[in-house]
Design a binder for this molecule. Structure first.
Ligand code: GDP
Ligand code: MN
Length: 377
């Protein structure tokens, strides 16, 4: 689960990682009444769970008060990578002397968390890896020993070789970040940029955290972080469905994770985008298919429904009964394309003959048809 910048910074502050003074607002009105709290110059930052906010106009530096309201209004009216801006962080502007990159991520190959640092902050790590690959410093953390002080110094010496006075502050910041990583069961904590100001003080100017969903059972407090999407994903899980929302327009229902992945690949091949990954699993009951349809049609981006079912343990007639049960309760205006093969396929076809479904014999035809419908409509 990804956290918003403001949520990650709340955790950072509580863990002695210095962050600029900030105020979160949920509307222009709220911004008006909070304008004096941070003062000027300040920075307005759109809170969305995707990167590249700066380029999309989601980060604006304000030098004077006159610019505040128009800029805040313009940020609230943005859509960044198709996401609306519901919250904006008003942040004290820091005078940047230097921008660094610092993160801790789980290295699955080493089976250990690994620290990544670079003196070229501000760019994405992918960009740094491409343009300044030699600048990336790596240091793994032994989970039994924890991060050791010499490791902090080793990273510090490479980041700022001639400034020993920064070492102690950096070491304590890195120790705190490591504590955050373990205590919050994170998969990633990232500060980009980590800045140093003229007085040699560090600030986390940006903050990213991804929590490990496998640990959510021991964190009841994570409930407050859940977005609408994550709640839907959790609801799907309870019903035995694996659902992940994506950003395209073809709502897909597939049985088996492998077939679902292959379906998504084929959708891409035909130049369209899937709205979701949804695996109804084996031995699907009509209820599961019905629930799957309910879940995928909540997404307003969905313009075509695609069912790709390879009937083995899953019986095609159960899937058909699920479709009928769903359509009995809900009237939808979306075309449905179905490729149902295998166990009880004939029964399924008979059950569905009254409703306007586009049947195909192969997966390729089904995906092609669904993609054409999206592109044509
Ligand atoms: P991102 O584009 O979503 O990663 O957003 P960031 O929070 O990392 O901000 C992007 C860039 O905006 C930073 O690398 C800085 O160069 C600039 N920026 C953000 N906050 C401040 C600030 O307080 N002072 C100054 N001078 N620049 C800032
Ligand atoms: Mn950033």
């Amino acid at each position: 689960m990804k956290l918003y910048e403001f949520q990650a910074k709340e955790i950072f502050r509580a863990s002695n990682i210095p962050c600029p003074k900030e105020k979160l607002v949920s509307s222009v009105e709220e911004g008006k009444s909070s304008v004096s709290e941070i003062g000027f110059p300040s920075v307005l930052k759109a809170q969305v769970l995707v990167g590249g906010r700066g380029k999309a106009g989601g980060i604006k530096i304000l030098e004077k008060e006159e610019d505040f309201l128009p800029t805040l209004e313009s940020i609230f009216s943005l859509r960044i990578k198709d996401l609306p801006v519901e919250k904006v962080l008003i942040s004290e502007k820091v005078e940047i002397e230097r921008e660094l990159y610092l993160s801790i991520i789980l290295d699955r190959r080493l089976a250990q968390p690994i620290i990544l640092a670079s003196p070229f902050g501000g760019m994405d790590i992918e960009e740094i890896a491409k343009e300044k690959p030699k600048s990336i410093i790596k240091e793994s953390i032994n989970p039994l020993l924890g991060l050791l002080p010499y490791q902090c110094r080793r990273i510090g010496f490479q980041l700022f070789p001639k400034e020993e006075k920064l070492l102690d502050k950096f070491a304590s910041l890195l120790m705190s970040l490591t504590k955050v990583f373990f205590r919050y069961d994170a998969q990633l904590v990232e500060i980009n940029p980590l800045v140093i100001n003229k007085n040699g003080e560090f600030f986390a100017l940006d903050a990213k955290m991804i929590l490990d969903d496998n640990a959510s059972f021991r964190h009841p407090e994570w409930a407050e972080y859940k977005t609408f999407e994550e709640e839907t994903e959790a609801e799907a899980k309870k019903e035995g469905l694996s659902y992940v929302r994506l950003s395209g327009e073809i709502g897909s229902i597939v049985n088996g994770a492998g077939l679902a992945m292959a379906t998504l690949d084929l959708i891409n091949r035909y130049g369209a985008q899937a709205a979701n990954f949804l695996d109804i699993g084996g031995s699907s009951s009509p209820e599961k298919t019905k629930k799957a349809l309910e879940i995928i049609t909540r997404d307003k981006n969905v313009r075509v429904i695609l069912l790709n079912i390879f009937g083995g343990i899953t019986r095609c007639d159960d899937v058909a009964k699920g479709i009928l049960a769903f359509l009995k309760e809900r009237e939808i205006n979306l075309p449905i394309v179905a490729r149902l093969v295998g166990t009880n396929y004939e029964e399924a076809k008979t059950l569905l003959k009254e409703i306007p479904i586009i049947f195909t014999d192969t997966m390729k035809e089904a995906v092609k048809k669904a993609s054409e419908l999206v592109k044509g409509s």
